[in-house]
Design a protein around this ligand. Structure first.
Ligand code: AMP
Length: 209
C-alpha cells in the first residue's frame, strides 16, 4: 500500500504516521525529517536546504525529488510506504508518475487554522529520534526529555511565530492545489483531525482498508 499523508504543517500527519507504524507495517517517509537529518550532518544537501527551511519556504523540487526517489528504492519500501510531507507541489506529484511510483490513497488531513497554529506553536520534537510531542496535548513524562530515548526536546526554528505564517501561506499557494489534483484521480479521502486521537487513528485505518 503506497500512501500519501497530505495536509498543512501542524495538522498531525507525522504524529499519526508514527502512531500507526506497527498497524500499517510500512515505513513513514518524512521529507522534513530526512532534510533535518541532512542539516544536522551538514551534508551538501543539508547546507543547501537549511536557509529555505529556516525561513519556512519550500526546498527546491529537484532536491526533494532526488531524496524521495533514493529513499523509496530501499528494500524496506517494497511492500509500501507512507509519504509524509511529500509531494508539496504539483511538479513533485508529477515526478511520482514520471517515475512509475503508483499511489493507492491520499489522506487529506484537515483542521481549522486556529487548531493548526495552536498545534505548531506547542510542538516539541526530540533532537535525537524525531519523536513528536506537544506541551499540552502530548506532553512528555518529564519536561524537555523524550520518553522514548531520553533525548532533548526542542522547538523547531520553523515552529516559531514568524515562520508559521509563512509556512501556512506556502501551503495554501503551493500545496493545496494537490487536493484537487488527487480528488480528480478519485483516491483522496478526507480525515477530520479535530476529533479525539483514537477516532482519528481509526478513521485512517478504515480509509486504507
Ligand atoms: P515538515 O517537517 O514536513 O514540516 O518540513 C519542514 C521543512 O522542510 C518545510 O518547511 C520545507 O522547508 C522542507 N520540506 C519538507 N518537505 C518538503 C517538500 N516535499 N518539498 C519542499 N520542501 C520540503
Amino acid at each position: 500500500m503506497n500512501l500519501i499523508f497530505l495536509g498543512p504543517p501542524g495538522v498531525g500527519k507525522g504524529t499519526v504516521a508514527k502512531l500507526l507504524l506497527k498497524d500499517l507495517a510500512i515505513p513513514q517517509i518524512s521529507t522534513g525529517d530526512l532534510l533535518r537529518e541532512a542539516v544536522k550532518e551538514n551534508s551538501p544537501l543539508g547546507k543547501e536546504a537549511k536557509s529555505y527551511m529556516d525561513s519556512g519556504k519550500l526546498v527546491p523540487d529537484n532536491l526533494v525529488i532526488d531524496l524521495i526517489k533514493k529513499r523509496i528504492s530501499n528494500e524496506d519500501c517494497k511492500k509500501g510506504f507512507i509519504l509524509d510531507g511529500f509531494p508539496r507541489t504539483i511538479p513533485q506529484a508529477e515526478s511520482l508518475e514520471i517515475n512509475n511510483i503508483k499511489i493507492d490513497k491520499v489522506l487529506n488531513f484537515i483542521a481549522s487554522k486556529k487548531t493548526i497554529i495552536e498545534r505548531l506553536s506547542g510542538r516539541r520534537i526530540c533532537k535525537n529520534c524525531n519523536a513528536i510531542y506537544h506541551i499540552k496535548n502530548i506532553p512528555p513524562k518529564k519536561e524537555g526529555v523524550c520518553d522514548k530515548c531520553g533525548g532533548k526536546l526542542i522547538q523547531r526554528d520553523d515552529d516559531k511565530p514568524e515562520a508559521i505564517e509563512r509556512r501556512l501561506e506556502v501551503y495554501k499557494k503551493q500545496t493545496e492545489p494537490l487536493i484537487e489534483y488527487y480528488k480528480k484521480k478519485g483516491i483522496l479521502v478526507d480525515i477530520d483531525t479535530e476529533r479525539p486521537l483514537p477516532n482519528i487513528l481509526n478513521d485512517v485505518l478504515n480509509a486504507v482498508k
